[in-house]
Design a protein around this ligand. Sequence first.
Ligand code: DP6
Length: 353
Amino acid sequence: MFYYFLIFDFGRTELEGTKHTSHLFMKATAKAHPNIALVKYWGKRDQKLNLPAVGSISVTLNELHTISSVHFREGLQNDILILNGEEAKPDQTQRVSRFLDLIRPRAALSAKAEVRSKNNFPTGAGLASSASAFASLALAGSQAAGLQIPTSALSELARLGSGSAARSIFGGFVEMKVGERADGSDAVAVPLADENHWDLKILIAITSEEEKEIGSTTGMNHTARTSPYYGQWVFSSQADLENMRRAIFLRNFTELGQITELSCLKMHAVAMSANPGLIYWNSTTVEAIHTIRKLRNREIPVYFTIDAGPQIKALCPAPYSEEVHDALQKIPGVLRIIKTSLGPAATLTEEMV
Ligand code: DP6
């Protein structure tokens, strides 16, 4: 289903929510999937509210997910975070605690929480776990606090945790609106088309298991401060978003692929032009770019995208995924490949963490 014509103005969001009279739902669990941006988000217009400088369009991934449970408990001295079965590092716990501090006042709640979060994919693999983490935390946290908030406000809440998390509230093709309002209430994601709109596959080629040196937040802020090309990056994103919406609506794979590579290469070009320049790729990433372009010379429709790390994501219509998989696997330096299709929206779940 394509939602394009349903989207005009989503109005004032209700992040304040509606509070239940009693906190019946002190514990809740939610599942969310990471996403990969086809039109990239890179740069902020407001640090405090985490407002993006550009809109972005992503696909939510089916086979990967994060499940998080939030349990507000009287008597806890501090928030606790258990990540993949182990106590999290202090900086990770602090980030989650700051996020819960956004929820507690809205529900007039002071209790600290025990948070358990589990990924079904390796956290150290350089995949965007913050998107699925904060989308699942926004849903589980608000539900556990007894808040009932509409999905657009949930997306706004997730954005405060991590920009890309706003998109993981929805399934399929999702657009993150850049927004205009100073309070960020219109900087939310909206669904463009659900996961059944188009049978595409994404092959994630892992080229390094090392943790990246410069994370997205630091990298994009550094780029905005020091790249002479940053203004052009922001300006030119508008056309990419318009063209991408049309390509999705018409299921025009060539156009979708061309804009995907354009946006990816522009994002990396602007990052490389920062001072000092940021280079997220390794030699295998570059090799994979050439392999994918050579496949296209052989009439195989496949395009790439790369986030703030060395992994390369190949996008193709489902019938070509085996051929693309085989070609990527042959590249020396590709450690393994994760194959995924388009996935659903974040949901509450009974699954155990
Ligand atoms: C390259 O969402 O991780 O993956 O808002 O600072 O948490 P913060 O950044 P984050 O940045 C994602 C950057 C990207 C492109 C994208 O997902 O659009």
